[in-house]
Design a protein around this ligand. Structure first.
Ligand SMILES: Nc1ncnc2c1ncn2[C@@H]1O[C@H](COP(=O)(O)OP(=O)(O)OP(=O)(O)O)[C@@H](O)[C@H]1O
Ligand SMILES: [Mg+2]
Length: 253
């Protein structure tokens, strides 16, 4: 959107805000399912499912514990392989890739906030957030600068030297979110990103994720938390390993 202000007396014009992006289906599942086997028992975590996410939208995946939300997100994020069906990320069917190429595609396409944070215990906050940039072989000075910026956004810059074990759950969550944002990936996947946050911090995080979607990122948030509904452009409800309902929200914030 471009807003041009004209002032007849001063004869000036300013471009207030400019956000152009092309809407692209950045990732999708085609009939993707996941079964786990342990001994004689088989758990169907997700039945064959079609799902897609596009740039510029925040999709909320909601459902009870054990319904398959993390499984769906992990398939989309190529953390696990489907038992059946296909996963397409950034225009590439992932089953065609060897491990190194898949790792490269993931690194450049996805920022992932895991339910269990997955911060690296012996690395301090700054090094944790710099890690994806170091893997991308970004110059270390620039990587440190970008990590500081991401941590500042999440109000965690003052803890750069702390180890993860010195942080509260909510603080670890904010560092994990900073790490997911630092590479500027087009797809941000968040598993329960507000679970350990007080309601004020949860609002800040959700507003930030919503802002990223408005600027053209594709954002998928998995949660139990019904209070996140107003932030979503689309809500996908999951139960017993299936998508049971999907709604588009015209009044999202
Ligand atoms: N590695 C695994 N081995 C065996 N079963 C698994 C595994 N991972 C998930 N499951 C099972 O698959 C089902 C879906 O799990 P999933 O983690 O996707 O649920 P969820 O909706 O994310 O739950 P929660 O809200 O508690 O995080 C559950 O019954 C779970 O026990
Ligand atoms: Mg889960």
């Amino acid at each position: 959107m471009i807003e041009i202000k004209l002032n007849a007396k001063l004869y000036y014009c300013t471009i207030k805000y400019c956000a152009f992006f092309v809407i692209v289906k950045i990732a999708y599942l085609e009939g993707a399912s996941k079964k786990y086997k342990s001994g004689d028992t088989e758990v169907v975590a997700l039945y064959p499912t079609d799902f897609s996410v596009s740039t510029g939208e925040l999709v909320l995946i909601i459902g009870p514990s054990g319904s398959g939300k993390t499984t769906l997100l992990s398939l989309l994020g190529c953390v696990i392989y489907p038992t059946q069906g296909h996963v397409n990320l950034n225009n590439t069917y992932t089953e065609k890739l060897v491990d190194n190429d898949l790792a490269h595609l993931r690194l450049n396409s996805i920022g992932f906030v895991f339910q269990s944070f997955n911060l690296i215990a012996p690395l301090n906050v700054l090094d944790n957030v710099m890690l994806p940039l170091m893997l991308q072989k970004v110059n270390s000075k620039i990587a440190a600068q970008r990590a500081h910026e991401a941590l500042k956004l999440l109000d965690m810059e003052h803890r750069v030297s702390s180890l993860p074990k010195m942080l509260s759950g909510g603080e670890q969550q904010r560092v994990a979110i900073a790490r997911a944002l630092v590479t500027n990936a087009p797809l941000i996947l968040c598993d329960e990103p507000t679970a350990s946050l007080d309601s004020k911090s949860a609002t800040v995080v959700m507003e930030h994720l919503k802002d990223l979607a408005k600027k053209g990122k594709a954002v998928v948030v998995v949660s139990h938390d019904q209070r996140l509904r107003p932030y979503a452009n689309r809500i996908v409800e999951v139960a017993d390993g299936k998508i049971i309902n999907e709604t588009s929200e015209s009044n999202s914030v």
